[in-house]
Design a protein around this ligand. Structure first.
Ligand code: SF4
Ligand code: SF4
Length: 357
């Protein structure tokens, strides 16, 4: 396996550190939540509290909360941190392009590691031909449009409120945990196929299927920051293009507008001519260094979650008693959904009556 000398140098250790930090936080949240649910299932009093960050894995619920918030000004109390995390991620895309994908998202990192396996297996990077790559890339946009249309185009205020209060939404975090811990054979094989395809075709999930990445890519068009190329000092060596995991022709662009650019900075590191590629607002104006980019993306999450905690938009309003009730009835039809239709939860008095039964 032969890498370009400058490939993945300098920026990689920094990006790795940030990726590892976010991966550890994700694992820690997952383990804490699994212990919390397990202790409740055993009927005991949990020795640890539920980590609100677990709601980061509820993007559909967050999208519904976003529309509800826009229409009513109310930040729902069922999964408030889901909306907080969604807003933070959208904000990073609007300011820093799709940096979330290559600096924060654990799935993005797994895709990157699997693309490394691809290079080991094939000896070099094998790209799909353009005639196949373009239509496949539209798949993630179709998925993204479907979810946005289903929420923003189809749900009225009543259906939004009904979903947010539904038993299904209230236990969506627990159902998501069970989805991974008690994986069905179908889920298992789908994951194996995705891993296999990601080795065969680098970044298969991120490039072709991830609707979240599509949403961030669309928003990244608004970002004032972009990779810029100083044409006068460029020696047309194409090293930037060769290392770009998104197959962008960086050496031909004055500025990289592509929705596929996920701000990995590999092109900047690969460029042999000082100050020829840089991440800036306009050509040579307000440049960001590698460190400042990393600090900014971390700050978005640290300050965003801190602000949510200070303003009371981080912890949800579901009591331990209510969780116990839901866990006992997790497999009831009332806690499931049928083609997006959810059962009514009822008002709090009805819930108290259900608890008393
Ligand atoms: S253009 Fe540069 S920053 Fe963007 S994806 Fe390609 S290598 Fe990464
Ligand atoms: S790596 Fe730098 S010098 Fe080479 S083509 Fe790209 S921008 Fe120009």
């Amino acid at each position: 396996m032969k890498f370009d000398k400058a490939d993945n140098f300098r920026i990689r250790p920094l990006r790795r550190m940030v990726q590892i930090a976010f991966l550890l936080i994700t694992l820690w949240i997952g383990i804490e939540f699994a212990i919390f649910v397990s202790q409740l299932e055993k009927g005991g009093h949990p020795t640890i509290s539920r980590p609100p960050g677990v709601e980061a894995f509820l993007p559909i619920s967050a999208l519904i909360s976003l529309k509800y918030w826009i229409l009513t000004g109310v930040f729902n109390e069922i999964h408030p941190s889901a909306l907080v995390v969604l807003l933070i991620i959208l904000a990073t895309a609007i300011l820093l392009k799709k940096g979330f994908c290559s600096w924060v998202c654990p799935v993005g990192w797994i895709s990157e590691l699997l693309s490394g396996l691809h290079k080991i297996v094939f000896g070099r990077r094998e790209n799909l031909p353009r005639w196949l790559d373009y239509p496949l890339r539209s798949l993630k946009y179709l998925l993204m449009f479907f979810f946005v249309w289903a929420v923003f185009g189809q749900m009225n205020l009543e259906s939004l409120r009904s979903f947010i209060d539904s038993p299904y939404n209230r236990v969506a975090d627990i159902k998501m945990l069970k989805f991974f811990l008690e994986m069905s054979a179908t889920t298992f094989w789908v994951l194996i196929i995705l891993v296999f395809l990601s080795i065969l075709i680098p970044y298969f999930w991120c490039r072709y299927l991830c609707p979240y990445g599509a949403l961030l890519g669309a928003l990244s068009w608004l970002s004032p920051f972009k990779i810029h190329r100083h044409r006068e000092s460029c020696i047309d060596c194409s090293k930037c293009t060769r290392v770009c995991p998104s197959y962008i022709d960086v050496h031909k662009a004055n500025a990289v507008y592509s929705d596929e650019c996920h701000s990995c900075w590999r092109c900047v590191d690969a460029c042999p001519v000082k100050d020829t590629l840089y991440f800036s607002i306009t050509r040579r104006k307000i440049k960001l260094t590698r460190i400042s980019y990393a600090v900014l993306i971390i700050l978005f999450f640290v300050l965003g979650t801190a602000l949510a905690q200070i303003t009371g938009h981080w912890q949800n309003s579901i009591s331990l008693d209510e969780y116990r009730y839901h866990i006992r009835h997790l497999n009831d039809s009332a806690h499931g959904h049928n083609r997006g239709q959810v059962s009514e939860y009822g008002n709090s008095r009805q819930y108290e009556q259900q608890l008393e039964k």
